[in-house]
Design a protein around this ligand. Sequence first.
Ligand code: NAI
Length: 329
Amino acid sequence: MTDIVLLPGDGIGPEIVSAVRKILDAAGADLIYHVYDVGQTAYEKCGELIPAETFDAIKKYKIALKGPVTTPVGKGFRSVNVSLRLAFDLYANLRPAYSFENVSPFRNVDLITVRENTEDLYIGEERRIEGGFEAVKRITENATDRIINYAFSYAAAHGRKKVTCVHKANILKKTDGLFLSIFREIAAKYPEIAADDKIVDNMCMQLVTRPEDYDVIVAPNLYGDIISDLIAGLVGGLGLVAGANLGKDVAVFEAVHGSAPDIAGKGIANPVALLEAAVMMLEHIGKEETARKIKAATVKTLARGVSLTKDLGGGATTDEFTEEVIKNL
Ligand code: NAI
């Protein structure tokens, strides 16, 4: 039995967390769930977005599976996700995306985005200036060194052939310039792995025309966020792609998508992204066999196309899809 912290979040969070938990149990994942509130739900109950007991549980058990949480746009509190990443120094955000038979518009995608998770514009330092506001984009040697080393060691450990650095160093000569120069230094230490770099706007165009040319992508926080959502679109949408937030001690696994307020409470959310996150979590804690079983059942369910959710063109509910995955385990 392995202890994990389960954070249902809000919006569609509780619906997809419950679906994923059913599948994990049916697959015999053998987990002990410690369920805690985070975000809006926590705020309504105790006036805090990350209550001390949630924080302590993550610190104690070190592994969390997290549903999405809402962050108000343009006002209100800082993102809970950003706060968790900073609090536990979850410096690497790993977002694998690959094509699924029958549902992915692009058939040949197999990409890993490694997104720097602690700095760039996400430090949230905005200030008033005459006539408007400005925001600080922070890129430091330490954080860049750490994420680029992570990307290359990940590529080496997983037999990946190429790492591409995404940047805008033509305009941001100091910040992105630093990111790119550290990338080139570290790339030289891995002669067996091809290395190239692309300006972010060009990278978007390349990805929607020739995604098969890319393998591992490393990027500062903002470009990594945007590019990984774009890649989600290549494989069938946000409902299919997961991410791992990895630090030295703690790891938080989640879907790439948000709380989807437009469909929350309707029972039609696609649980695959969070299920993929659970698969990454199982691999991380050494339960590879269960991970493989769930992944195979997911691939089979999507390929058969019998009980697909609305985002994938079907008419099934979250529960019907979940039952289908369980049948295919
Ligand atoms: P979103 O990802 O929640 O939704 C975008 C679109 O994709 C919506 O039409 C939604 O219905 C659809 N969608 C997303 N996940 C789906 C799923 N599993 N099944 C079916 N359809 C799905 O992005 P949006 O609307 O920009 O953000 C909503 C809230 O989520 C915001 O407060 C945002 O800050 C937050 N957010 C939270 C994240 C997290 O907790 N990790 C990540 C991204 C956004």
